[in-house]
Ligand binder design. Sequence first.
Ligand SMILES: CC(C)(COP(=O)(O)OP(=O)(O)OC[C@H]1O[C@@H](n2cnc3c(N)ncnc32)[C@H](O)[C@@H]1OP(=O)(O)O)[C@@H](O)C(=O)NCCC(=O)NCCS
Length: 156
Amino acid sequence: MIIRRAAPSDVDSLRRIHNASIRRLCSAHYTPEQIHDWIRAIKPEGYLKAMEAYEFMLAVETYIEGFCILNTEKAQVTALYVAPQSARKGIGRTLIREAELLAGENGLCELNLKATLNAVEFYERVGFLRREALSFLLPSGTGLMCISMTKSLDIG
Ligand SMILES: CC(C)(COP(=O)(O)OP(=O)(O)OC[C@H]1O[C@@H](n2cnc3c(N)ncnc32)[C@H](O)[C@@H]1OP(=O)(O)O)[C@@H](O)C(=O)NCCC(=O)NCCS
């Protein structure tokens, strides 16, 4: 598996993985309406903007297996999604490690994120600590319950 930067030609594959990941890996923790509105909020231009503004990394084997977006200005991991058929194979951990390396190169000493409920245990496994519960508002006005989490990069 390699880690590489996302390019505009990846948008269709990203959209497919993103949709499938939400449907298959998140639906036990949210209602069908929340999942529907979450997927509806995903726009191709959103990926292109993120490629310009943020660190947008892909994990690629034969196909794209997962992606991670790091906003270095906010020291925030704004997205991490693994294709459902590639889950539990260490791809999420590899992408987070990459985000931590990039954060370190950018002089950051802590990362923060808003974890969807299905992902909280994963983030704890890779060293993040729970902070507080909050509602992430989708463009439709639907809220997604999340947990804010942080990881100090000094302690590895
Ligand atoms: C959360 C997600 C990124 C994890 O990616 P992954 O590639 O499956 O995770 P990994 O295989 O790297 O797992 C790393 C560790 O976390 C554990 N883990 C992964 N998913 C877990 C889960 N849902 N519940 C409990 N533990 C989990 C693994 O067992 C592994 O444990 P280990 O330390 O014993 O080896 C993936 O499930 C996903 O894309 N979910 C849907 C999208 C999402 O919720 N993204 C986060 C939005 S904030």
